[in-house]
Design a protein around this ligand. Sequence first.
Ligand SMILES: Cc1cc2nc3c(=O)[nH]c(=O)nc-3n(C[C@H](O)[C@H](O)[C@H](O)COP(=O)(O)OP(=O)(O)OC[C@H]3O[C@@H](n4cnc5c(N)ncnc54)[C@H](O)[C@@H]3O)c2cc1C
Length: 199
Amino acid sequence: MSTTTTSVKTDKEVVEKNESKPSVGLSGRKIVYDKDGKPCRTCNTLQDFQFVTAGLTPAAAAVAVPVPAKKVEAEPSSPCNTIAGGYSKDYPPDVEVLGKSSWTLLHSIAATYPENPTSKEQQDLKQFVTLFGNFYPCWFCKADFVKYIEKNDPQVNSQDKFGKWLCEAHNEVNVKLGKPKFDCNLWKQRWKDGWDNDK
Ligand SMILES: Cc1cc2nc3c(=O)[nH]c(=O)nc-3n(C[C@H](O)[C@H](O)[C@H](O)COP(=O)(O)OP(=O)(O)OC[C@H]3O[C@@H](n4cnc5c(N)ncnc54)[C@H](O)[C@@H]3O)c2cc1C
């Protein structure tokens, strides 16, 4: 009787087996591939994704994929930027659009979470954060976020505790990306009350 061995590839192996493909994008960031070997749309910037899917060398890409000085908004009235029904032709989210939108949702949830939550609300929020992590669309972001939750139990017994816990979790990613840490004493001004001089 013969036995079949199946090997489960680790994420590291998945990244490394793509040696023949570009490993660094035009942004200078490492190109992230999915388990099937295709570039991960939600793990790379849109520019890097387009660079790697076009199969260009960096030199050719410098000519073929011009880097806009700033993001150019689609002209809704222009026929080439619209699809039937009048929606603008937006791209699926890259790692940055997805990240910013997700943090906005999470911090806004903190801002509207009760100051004195019931035990059911606490249980639900903890479950939500865990499931959110498990389903986060960028796989390598997800892996680190899930590990963070395992080591740092979500603090859900008051609005302020959750807001600060989330701020620390966000700072963990900021540090990983070389960005400055946000002062977590200011999380409510940023996400709930607004800044003093706005009043
Ligand atoms: C769970 C999760 C994991 C991620 N992991 C990765 C990853 O591994 N690699 C990767 O490249 N990207 C990751 N991202 C995306 C990354 O965090 C950013 O969202 C993305 O780089 C865009 O950054 P940004 O400069 O637009 O601002 P963001 O970091 O998206 O922040 C949006 C706004 O939040 C405010 N803010 C910043 N820090 C804090 C804080 N600590 N607390 C409260 N408010 C704050 C600021 O006003 C900022 O303008 C992750 C996103 C999420 C939601």
